[in-house]
Design a protein around this ligand. Structure first.
Ligand code: DLL
Length: 435
């Protein structure tokens, strides 16, 4: 099968040529930031580094890092590098604690961002013959606007559904024969579950591919979504600070996401020391945006834990790949001294035949951590026979103990009792307030 690319020359560029391009862009970008962003100029001055010291990507490590705390300090305009009169858009994070992150875009920034999303859609097999249902949230969240723009660039018939109203999603999907679905993996799983309940078999569903991201998901979840919807499910990664979805995307190999490295220069660092780590080593992902005009972040620490690889890809793309993020430096739970990633629990659930509808509740009682996992049974698993439920809970607790080395209290709950997410699922309730 002939491979298709959205921007072939870039996506298949020889690595040495790509590095040269990145170096040229970096030199210009550092000067642009130094001249126009007093906040970052101060950080560079404090570190004793001037734009003239940066001759190419080999000098990247000389530059100071930026963190989410810097973004909050500089809120709202402190990292803006263009006059507001040249900005046409803002997007903002879905909001955690403290101040929101507000990112600004010039028309050129929007254009390049949409190119990145278009590359992802084409890599998932999208063409102008496709009907692309965008069920990420629209508005301040970058998911809807990003994939919407990418879908237009590819020439797909775009269904700007936004998230939610699952009945309507299903109706449009069927009436208009949507072939590509873009949403969070947890919402894709929910749509799949609803279709199944309504009696649809995978072969009745018009979809052929899904582009899912914005939250961590496991290989097991991929297989489960692919089986329910009868599609190939592709991962897509990004963050508001670097524009949104499309920083990286999966190709037909489905073994990690190609980074659009003509726009985003990636590094992996030791999160404790800031030391740059060699390719193939696990650490914190750091991005430098090489083309952003309005909100050009240099060495932005994502807090995502990841590994990079330049292994040759059968799709023909030469763009470096990142693995699925393996958690965050800031969402890893430490329960009874053991590091726990929610994705590990999800893996166990799916291996044990449960749907990924679960919630982890952590608390501290009498100076000891409690660790509870509420897991939903599906209609087939559901029983009101107490002895059966106790046996199932025990067996699942043992499987989790084998994975993590600590014992959870598992509660099996009735179908449809864990609140469904139309955006990012809330997987962890940590009541300990350890900070
Ligand atoms: O989630 C942008 C996006 C929208 C990506 C749609 C993909 C699809 P934020 O809300 O700023 O932006 O959240 C960014 O979400 O640092 C990761 O921790 C996490 N994340 C994003 N994509 C993935 C993914 C959007 N594919 C933060 N796998 C990032 C795992 C992801 N985590």
């Amino acid at each position: 099968m002939e491979q298709r690319y959205f921007q072939k020359e870039i996506e298949t560029m020889p690595v040495e040529e790509m590095k040269k391009l990145q170096s040229e862009k970096l030199v210009k970008q550092v000067k642009h930031v130094y001249d126009n962003v007093p906040y970052y100029r101060d950080l560079m001055d404090k570190k004793g580094v001037k734009p003239e010291d940066i001759h190419g990507i080999e000098d990247l490590h000389l530059l100071p890092f930026l963190t989410k705390a810097d973004l909050r300090d500089a809120y709202p305009y402190g990292l803006l590098a263009k006059p507001l009169s040249e900005c046409v858009r803002i997007q903002s994070t879905s909001g955690t604690t403290g101040r929101r992150v507000v990112a600004f875009y010039t028309q050129n920034d929007v254009n390049l961002w949409e190119d990145c999303c278009a590359r992802a859609i084409v890599a998932a097999g999208g063409t102008n013959e496709d009907v692309c249902q965008v069920a990420y949230g629209y508005g301040l969240f970058t998911g809807g606007p990003g994939l919407n723009g990418g879908s237009h660039k590819v020439g797909c018939l775009t269904l700007p559904m936004s998230s939610g109203n699952t009945e309507r999603q299903i109706q449009f999907m069927n009436d208009l024969s949507a072939t590509i679905l873009c949403c969070t993996p947890s919402y894709a799983a929910y749509i799949g579950e609803s279709l199944k309940e309504q009696g649809y078999k995978p072969e009745d569903i018009p979809l052929k591919a899904g582009i899912f991201g914005a939250e961590p998901w496991t290989e097991e979840m991929r297989h489960s979504i692919e089986a329910t919807l009868g599609i190939k499910a592709y991962d897509i990664y990004g963050l508001t600070e670097t524009s949104g979805p499309g920083v990286s995307f999966e190709c037909c190999e489905q073994t990690g996401m190609h980074i659009n490295e003509d726009h985003f220069l990636a590094e992996i660092i030791n999160p404790d020391t800031g030391e740059v780590l060699p390719e193939g080593t696990k650490g914190e992902l750091v991005f430098t945006s090489l083309d952003k005009e309005a909100f050009p972040l240099l060495r932005y620490r994502t807090r995502d834990i990841c590994v990079l690889s330049r292994k040759k890809c059968s799709c023909g793309r030469t763009l470096i790949k990142m693995a699925k993020p393996m958690g965050r430096t800031d969402d890893m739970l430490i329960i009874r001294g053991v590091n726990v990633f929610p994705s590990q629990i999800e893996t166990v659930l799916l291996n044990e035949g449960y749907a990924p509808n679960y919630q982890i509740v952590v608390d501290r009682v009498n100076n000891t951590d409690t660790f509870e996992v509420n897991v939903e049974m599906d209609a087939e698993q559901f029983t009101d026979k107490l002895s059966d439920i106790l046996a199932m809970e025990k067996s699942l607790a043992e499987a989790i103990k084998t994975m993590l080395g600590i014992n959870p209290k598992v509660h099996l709950v009735a179908p449809k009792t864990i609140v469904r997410s139309e955006g990012k699922a809330v997987r962890v309730i940590d009541k300990r307030k350890l900070i």
